[in-house]
Design a protein around this ligand. Structure first.
Ligand code: SAM
Length: 359
């Protein structure tokens, strides 16, 4: 397996069957080797710096019914909320004061916000904070809508593909959603010049090593700026409530594999990783992640954005979240930086040795 890890580090890719073999056949010793290699690559590109993004979960209404998600349309027990433009701007104000230079606006697919509303949100944030990046994560929209948001100031877009295996996609989603459409959205976003983030859950029901191999092959093809992965965690009010959690160890290994595939990539140590294990986000950084996303949403709505059970950080004020994460990062020798943390394309062929945090 070490040989496969060396090839992955050198070529930044493997064949799908090699990925599957690596995932299935990795010993503890191989995993430690993988971790060392990934950490080295991250150090080379980013030093001990961790980028931070202020997450604003602005609506938990959703028109979709994904079988795994706690805010799915059919969950009648979800207590729904929407933030106003004023609410969102006040989250940004607090976040800016705390050193955030990226705001991530995430929500369910809520049709109450028209394209004009999203444009207005983007324009208002950009007007007040022109030095900040805006990331949208509001699901599948038309090419024209994505274009409008971009023109209104959105810089980045997060849209996890969820799984790159057609059959697996069908088992996680109702008929109204398709992998083809999801992928097309990602290609459209790329064409429009967004810094694009994709990703998937590790250990979602029915996932196999072959599914993950397809995820990695798709990620290689897409060449995203960001990849968000976290373990699947069941939610008690969804059809998948009885399914087991994804594996913590496999999630860490996947972060390391992604770091070797995308040395200059932005890889978050996600909230789901921090939920499955109390030191999950710290471990994520040690296995190659370089982004954390503290929550800036008002405390009164935090618990309501419940994608899975026992989600962490639902009771703390933004400032507490920020300083808690800063302390946590220090325990693994890392520091949070006040920077937009844009994706910097890198010509690997030229093989410079710049540290991207200094660029
Ligand atoms: N509506 C937007 C979209 O579809 O991209 C963004 C919000 S969606 C709730 C954000 C992500 O949460 C999804 O892409 C999914 O991977 C993750 N998620 C949802 N339910 C989850 C669960 N039970 N366990 C872990 N992650 C989950």
């Amino acid at each position: 397996m070490k040989e496969l890890i060396d090839i992955l580090k050198r070529d930044r890719k493997l064949l799908p069957e090699e990925f599957a073999a690596l995932i299935n056949g990795m010993s503890e010793e191989d995993a430690l080797y993988l971790k060392e290699q990934a950490f080295q690559v991250k150090e080379q590109f980013f030093g001990n710096k961790v980028f931070t993004r202020g997450l604003i979960e602005f609506t938990n209404y959703c028109k979709n019914d994904c079988y795994y998600c706690g805010i799915r349309k059919s969950n009648v027990n979800a207590v729904r909320y929407r933030l106003t433009l004023e609410d969102i701007l006040s989250c940004c104000e607090e976040g800016y004061g705390l050193g955030f230079r990226t705001f991530v606006l995430q929500g369910g697919e809520d049709l109450r916000y028209s394209d004009e509303d999203i444009e207005q949100i983007c324009r208002s944030i950009k007007n007040k904070y022109p030095d900040c990046a805006i990331t949208l994560s509001i699901g599948e929209k038309s090419y024209e809508s994505y274009k409008r948001y971009k023109e209104a100031g959105a810089d980045r877009y997060l849209l996890r593909h969820e799984t790159a295996d057609e059959e697996h996609y069908r088992l996680l989603h109702p008929e109204s959603l398709s992998l083809k459409e999801r992928k097309q959205c990602l290609w459209n976003l790329k064409e429009l010049g967004y810094q694009v983030g994709t990703g998937f859950m590790v250990g979602s029901p029915f996932q196999t090593a072959e599914c993950i191999a397809k995820d990695l092959a798709f990620i290689k093809e897409l060449e995203p700026a960001m990849v968000g992965i976290g373990p699947f965690l069941p939610h008690h009010d969804t059809p998948f409530k009885e399914y087991p959690k994804g594996s913590y160890e496999l999630t860490l290994r996947m972060i390391a594999i992604l770091r070797l595939m995308i040395p200059n990539g932005l890889l978050p140590a996600t909230t789901a990783l921090g939920t499955i294990h109390p030191m999950g986000r710290e471990a994520g950084i040690s296995w190659g992640a370089n982004v954390v996303m503290p929550n800036l949403s008002p405390v009164r709505v935090r618990k309501k954005y419940e994608l899975y059970d026992n989600k962490i950080c639902t009771g703390d004020e933004a400032a507490e979240c920020r300083s808690c994460l800063q302390r946590r990062m220090l325990t693994v020798g890392h520091e949070i930086v006040t920077a937009r943390g844009d994706f910097i394309p890198y010509t690997f062929e030229a093989e410079g040795k710049e540290n991207l945090c200094t660029m």
